[in-house]
Design a protein around this ligand. Structure first.
Ligand code: SF4
Length: 327
C-alpha cells in the first residue's frame, strides 16, 4: 500500500494564496474562547520538565489536565482555562506566556500553526486558513478570487509536525463517491467562483449538484454520471454568461464567496460525506446570505465578518466539554 505520509522536504504543496501572506495581528481571539486545546503525551512531558526545572510543579498541575478516558487519538491532556474562558497562558497584552518563556518551537502543533490548517492529502501537503481568525477573514475581503497555488516549495517556513486532516480518496471503498473527491472539489470551487451568477445562485447550483450525487447508486456509473453533471453545470454557466450583464458585486459578495471556497478547500466534503456537507452548507447559507445582503446595503462587512468567525468557531473547532473547560 502507498505510504500515508508525504516527504515534507520533497513534496508538492497545494494551498490557498492567502496562506503565504498571513501575518498574525495578536488580537488574542484564538486564545480567548471555549476551544479545547489538547496536547499529546510528548507535549505534556515536555511541559512537565519545563515547569519542574523552573520550580513550578504546582502550576504545571493546574495548567495541564490529563484527559484520561476522554482522550481521543493523539490527545493526552488539555490546557486549562481561566475563569474568563481564556487560555491559562494568555497575558493581558494578548501574548502567550508559554511562548515568551520557552519559545515558539516549544508550543504544541495547534498553537504553533493556527490559523494555518495543514492537511496531508494524496496530491501533496495542502494548506488553508481557519476563518475563526479575524485577520484571516479580513484577508478574504478582496475582489480577487482565492487562488489555489501548486508549488514544489512550502509557503511557510517550517512545516507542522502533524496534520489536521488526511485525505486519500484512492483508499476509500470501491463503492464510495469519495474516490472522485478531487474532481468534485475542483468542480464545486469552479461553481462557487462563477461570478456570472449571483452567490445565492451559485450556492443553489452547488447544493443541487450534491443532491444529484446523493441519488447515485451504482459505483460503475459514477465516472460517467460525474462527467455528465460537470458538462450540464458548465452549460448552465455558459447560458448565464450570455443572458446576463456582468453582475454588480462588492466586498460582501467577495468575502462570502471566499468563505465558502475556503470551507470546501478544507476538505469538509471529504470528511462529512456529501449528505453531511450538504446539510452544513444549507445551514451556513441560510445565515450568511442575509448578512451578506445587509452588508451590501450598509456598505459595511463588519457584521458579516463576525458571523463568519462565529460560524467557524461553532462548526470547525474542538469545543467539546467547553462548559466544564474552565478552572
Ligand atoms: S486570532 Fe489570528 S490574528 Fe488573532 S492572535 Fe490568533 S492567529 Fe493572531
Amino acid at each position: 500500500m502507498e505510504s500515508m505520509e508525504p516527504d515534507p522536504l520533497n513534496g508538492v504543496y497545494v494551498y490557498l494564496d492567502i496562506v503565504s501572506d498571513f501575518v498574525c495581528q495578536q488580537c488574542g481571539v484564538c486564545c480567548n474562547n471555549d476551544w479545547l486545546v489538547t496536547v499529546d503525551e510528548a507535549g505534556y512531558r515536555r511541559n512537565q520538565r519545563l515547569f519542574e526545572q523552573a520550580g513550578r510543579p504546582e502550576e504545571f498541575a493546574q495548567a495541564f489536565l490529563p484527559l484520561g478516558s476522554e482522550a481521543e487519538l493523539g490527545e493526552y491532556a488539555r490546557i486549562a482555562k481561566r475563569p474568563s474562558g481564556g487560555c491559562w497562558f494568555l497575558t493581558a497584552e494578548n501574548l502567550c506566556r508559554l511562548q515568551q518563556v520557552a519559545g515558539h518551537q516549544h508550543l504544541d502543533t495547534v498553537c504553533q500553526w493556527f490559523p494555518r490548517y495543514p492537511m496531508n492529502t494524496e496530491r501533496g501537503i495542502e494548506l488553508s486558513l481557519s476563518f475563526s481568525c479575524p485577520a484571516a477573514v479580513k484577508m478574504a475581503v478582496r475582489q480577487q478570487p482565492l487562488q489555489i497555488v501548486r508549488a514544489e516549495g512550502s509557503p511557510i517556513e517550517q512545516l507542522p509536525v502533524d496534520f489536521v486532516r488526511h485525505v486519500y480518496p484512492s483508499q476509500q471503498p470501491p463503492d464510495s463517491i469519495l474516490r472522485y473527491y478531487f474532481e468534485i472539489e475542483g468542480h464545486l470551487i469552479d461553481l462557487l467562483q462563477a461570478r456570472q451568477l449571483t452567490l445565492p445562485e451559485r450556492l443553489e447550483l452547488v447544493q443541487g449538484s450534491l443532491r444529484q450525487i446523493e441519488t447515485w447508486q451504482d459505483s460503475a456509473e459514477y465516472g460517467r454520471q460525474l462527467n455528465q453533471l460537470i458538462r450540464d453545470n458548465y452549460d448552465e454557466l455558459d447560458l448565464a454568461a450570455t443572458r446576463q450583464e456582468p453582475l454588480q458585486d462588492g466586498p460582501a459578495d467577495w468575502l462570502a464567496e471566499n468563505y465558502f471556497v475556503n470551507f470546501l478547500f478544507r476538505k469538509n466534503l471529504y470528511v462529512q460525506g456529501s449528505a453531511g456537507f450538504l446539510n452544513q452548507l444549507v445551514q451556513m447559507s441560510q445565515k450568511i446570505i442575509p448578512k451578506m445582503q445587509k452588508a451590501t446595503a450598509t456598505n459595511d462587512t463588519a457584521e458579516l465578518e463576525q458571523l463568519i468567525v462565529a460560524l467557524e468557531l461553532e462548526w470547525n473547532h474542538n469545543s467539546r466539554r467547553q462548559a466544564e473547560g474552565s478552572v
